[in-house]
Design a protein around this ligand. Structure first.
Ligand code: DP6
Length: 368
């Protein structure tokens, strides 16, 4: 069933030309997010093959500042300098150029300005943590802020939707990093207004147990991602299990609705851990096939299961497309679980490193 969201692509194309202001500065801090139902597989134009839902995080974030200055005459190429943690980062330029190409139809001023972009992450550079969600959402928000400087009467709801729409064109999961605490991306029949075009805040009742939920990220492998998202998403095309997988994601999202309302953590754990393992199962059974877990990933998973069994705790795990483990647990178990992490799990992290994060409310605008 085709589900049509509230806005269409055309609604994001500016209807009238704008008079460019001379110069200005904008800045945003945007968080990462962790999917409970995973986005894995996409169609042309950054359209997800199935809907996903994520907790917005708070500690893992990217801060991006853009200064812009009107060019004497519009350029053919995009004119920008890019700095990462204070240094020029040429390897990032192609990513920005691809992003700009994808969003040019929606942003009227891209070739009229020279941009100086300065960006930094709150998490260590080589942590194996994907920065595309926080990075692309921060960038999209800065670009929207520049648009709003030209159109001050812009509707705040439109601002958020278009920021998510642009972020999606940078990196799919980035469209879930604009708002919080829970965001749905991708049309799903039981979630009105859900759309493939941008993320929306999950607007149903959520049990207080999910407030302040914790996500401690265990850095099992801090190296470069073994398989890029592009390769991973590609592998889902023509995968023998893909159609079933897409149906399962719809089903899991439906299952999560009553779980989130009633705070049924036992059922929450089943959906979340199954989603993580399914993502990895798809990678293991693809052509080509990949094993993204490391021995320590499995060791951690088994220890979480044993601890849960022995203590009655509601700690669980999820994984992204890599070896690191996200350990999820409610606020009222934080001391007990933190102790368990320190005593039993940290030994399996590279250099014993881990990041304490928790559910967050989305990106914030910074004063410049
Ligand atoms: C495994 O958002 O990195 O984290 O759209 O190609 O940039 P692109 O992919 P990306 O995919 C990440 C998927 C995931 C699961 C998820 O966040 O839903």
């Amino acid at each position: 069933m085709e589900i049509v969201g509230f806005m269409t692509e055309k609604d994001f194309i500016p209807s009238k030309s704008i008079e460019l202001i001379e110069k200005g500065k904008v800045a945003y801090k945007s968080p990462s997010n962790i999917a409970l139902v995973k986005y894995w597989g996409k169609k042309e134009g950054q359209i997800p093959a199935n809907p996903s839902i994520s907790f917005t995080l708070s500690a893992c974030a990217t801060t991006t500042k853009i200064s812009f200055k009107k060019l004497d005459s519009p350029t053919q190429q995009y004119s920008f300098d890019f700095f990462f943690e204070g240094n020029p980062k040429p390897s990032f330029r192609p990513k920005i150029e691809t992003f700009f190409k994808r969003i040019e139809a929606y942003i009227p001023y891209l070739k009229g300005y020279h941009f100086i972009m300065e960006t930094s992450n709150s998490f260590p550079h080589s942590s194996g943590i994907a920065s595309s969600a926080s990075g692309m959402s921060a960038l999209a928000l800065c670009l929207m802020e520049i648009e709003r400087m030209h159109i001050p009467e812009m509707d705040p709801d439109f601002f958020v939707k278009k920021a998510s729409f642009l972020a999606r064109l940078g990196s799919g999961s980035a469209c879930r990093s604009i708002e919080g605490p829970l965001v749905v991306w991708g049309g799903q029949e039981e979630i009105p207004d859900s759309t493939d075009l941008y993320g929306i805040r999950y607007n149903f009742e959520v049990h207080p147990v999910f407030k302040n939920f914790h996500d401690t990220i265990l850095l099992v492998d801090k190296g470069q991602k073994q398989v890029s998202s592009t390769v991973g998403h590609d592998l889902v095309k023509g995968h023998p299990f893909s159609e079933q997988r897409f149906k399962q994601a719809h089903r899991n999202l439906s299952l999560l609705k009553p779980i989130l309302r009633t705070g049924n953590l036992k059922e929450f754990i089943k959906v979340v851990e199954s989603e993580a393992l399914t993502l990895h199962a798809i990678m293991m059974t693809g052509d080509p096939y990949f094993v993204l877990m490391k021995p320590n990933t499995l060791e951690i998973i088994h220890r979480i299961w044993a601890f849960r069994e022995a203590s009655g705790s509601h700690v669980c795990f999820t994984l992204d497309a890599g070896a690191n483990v996200h350990v999820l647990y409610p606020e009222n178990e934080k001391e007990q679980v933190h102790q368990f992490i320190v005593n039993e799990l940290v030994a399996y992290c590279e250099n014993q490193q881990y990041i304490c994060d928790r559910i967050g409310l989305g990106a914030i605008r910074l004063k410049v």
